[in-house]
Design a protein around this ligand. Structure first.
Ligand code: FE
Ligand code: CA
Length: 534
């Protein structure tokens, strides 16, 4: 039942005599009188009294459309336990304002946090103004959440002067501090694209050779409760929460959200029966959905979840977010790296699966924007460690292990003349900028686009200026234009005439507060395929 705002609450100097509860009501309702949106029922907020603050995991927004976005939070007073919530549905209020102080509330409502989804909420707001910045927050019982900033996509088909987005991924909690996420927060991007490995599934202190500044809670994760707790541990990090509160995220997963190097229904070990691995995948996908600001179209069903989806940013940029894990064929030649492995070229093997590949190829045929961006996980460019095929040595988990699928994708890009293709990737814990050649074995073959690979937020620790294998890779892969083995993210600025990629790095993630610097500046000019030093 809706209740009008009581004008008495706005009277004179009565604040001194109000209870904390009433003051919160005032804070929540300030600006409501000016809003045309329905008034929140204050009745529902009286139902829940928390022993501890429930918004320990912060707030997030994601999947921006021109008129709306997903607002996310999860109630978890005891985030590393079972969440600490009663096993009941709990109402949560939400507000969207034009200003950070919530003087002008433009929309508000209530939603329900349910035990089935770990008391997460995913509010799909619509009716907002294209291209505009907004602020949002939640309320449960007497508690207010942090305030998040979000940005709508520009209106479909309209001209856009400038768009700024970040590209990041691979944030192993044990390997370092999330300083680079803090730097992302400062950027106040229009959106952030995440290439996956948001969590890592291993037990505490897994891998003796890796740096370790803090520990995962518990064992390797298998159950829904395990995965929920792992996301909670990561999201309790203030730097990661700040990144989410700074801009909408468009998230994708890679392997570690489930199991290292899994492929479709095959786990890392390859000796788990697929039907059993799919039980684990179902738990992992549900926890992922619960933890991320995604639309209901991505709600998983058993071991299946629709991750691939598309976004449009006016007439400037078209983004296809891809899933190279759920539908791929198993790694060829035993996985790892392999030399002269004929199975890697088998045209029957797939990276995207037939449905997603058809969906993407159809989209490429209809691409109208100035920039055609494919956001995904593993590098598509060749990384040959010993010399060109057929005798090259390649990593089988990347598109190098699925060369027929890569050839189909590149052929489709050429055939459709999709404008200014830019592929985003991550996974390998090194920043790369690469020219994409139609045929990497022929350096004279045309450049059809570029790839920007983000290093990692923390994975593999402080790193180094140069990767140990860089000299070898440079020698055999002339399409590789830049690399840095420091941690960081990519800051992209897109206009109708150019796409600028600043490869941001921090020199230390094992000690707090490292400043960021730009290790590489690269530009793509519209209409001219290939990278130019910027
Ligand atoms: Fe990774
Ligand atoms: Ca990975």
């Amino acid at each position: 039942m809706a209740m009008p705002v009581d004008p008495v609450l706005f009277h004179r100097s009565t604040h001194a005599r109000l209870t904390r509860r009433q003051l919160l009501d005032i804070a929540w309702k300030a600006g409501v009188a000016a809003a045309a949106a329905p008034v929140v029922s204050s009745r529902v907020f009286a139902q829940m009294a928390f022993q501890a603050y429930p918004f320990t995991l912060g707030v997030a927004s994601g999947d921006p459309w021109p008129d709306g976005v997903v607002l996310w939070t999860r109630l978890a007073p005891e985030p590393l336990g079972d969440g600490g919530m009663p096993m009941a549905a709990v109402e949560v209020g939400w507000q969207v304002a034009a200003d950070r102080a919530f003087r002008t509330i433009v929309q508000q409502g209530t939603t329900v946090a349910r035990p089935e989804l770990g008391h997460s909420v995913h509010v799909e707001v619509d009716g907002l103004a294209p291209g505009r910045e907004y602020f949002y927050r939640f309320r449960a019982g007497r508690e207010l959440s942090q305030v998040g900033r979000t940005v709508m996509a520009p209106a479909l088909g309209t001209a856009v002067d400038r768009l700024r987005f970040g590209v990041c991924g691979c944030s192993h909690y044990e390997h370092g501090l999330f300083t680079a996420y803090r730097h992302i927060a400062r950027q106040q991007f229009d959106f952030v694209f995440h290439t996956g490995d948001y969590i890592y599934e291993g037990r505490a202190n897994n891998g003796q050779n890796d740096p370790r500044v803090r520990e995962h809670a518990g064992h390797e994760i298998y159950s829904l409760v395990d995965y929920r707790r792992r996301y909670a541990q990561y999201r309790m990090d203030a730097d990661l929460r700040a990144a989410h509160a700074s801009a909408p995220f468009i998230v994708t997963w890679d392997d570690h959200e489930v199991d290292n190097d899994y492929a479709g229904d095959r786990d890392e070990s390859d000796d788990t029966p697929p039907a059993l691995f799919l039980l684990r995948r179902a738990a992992a996908y549900q926890a992922y959905y619960e933890a991320m600001p995604m639309r209901a179209t991505s709600l998983p069903s058993g071991p299946d979840m629709r991750l691939y989806r598309s976004f449009a940013f006016g007439s400037l940029l078209d983004l296809s977010a891809l899933d190279t894990r759920q539908y791929r064929s198993d790694q060829a030649c035993g996985g790892g790296s392999a030399t002269a492995c004929a199975a890697a070229t088998d045209p029957a093997r797939t990276m995207l699966g037939s449905d997603q590949e058809a969906w993407l190829f159809d989209r490429l045929g209809q691409a109208r924007a100035t920039w055609t961006v494919l956001g995904q996980q593993v590098p598509t460019f060749a990384r040959d460690y010993v010399g060109t095929a057929p005798d090259g040595r390649f990593q089988m988990d990347k598109w190098d292990g699925y060369t027929a699928a890569r050839d189909r994708l590149f052929a489709r890009i050429v055939e459709t003349r999709a404008a200014n293709p830019v592929i985003l990737s991550g996974d390998v814990h090194v920043h790369y900028a690469a020219d994409l050649r139609r045929d990497f074995t022929r350096p004279e073959s045309p450049v059809i686009g570029v790839e920007l690979t983000n290093s990692s937020i923390t994975s593999n620790g402080d790193g180094a200026e140069h990767a140990a294998d860089w000299a070898t890779l440079q020698q055999h892969n002339p399409h590789l234009r830049f690399h840095s083995a420091r941690r960081g993210y990519i800051a992209c600025t897109v206009t109708p005439s150019e796409l600028r990629a600043d490869f941001q790095v921090v020199d230390r993630v094992t000690t707090p507060g490292a400043p960021e610097r730009t290790a590489g500046r690269w530009v793509v000019e519209a209409g001219r395929p290939g990278l130019v030093a910027g």
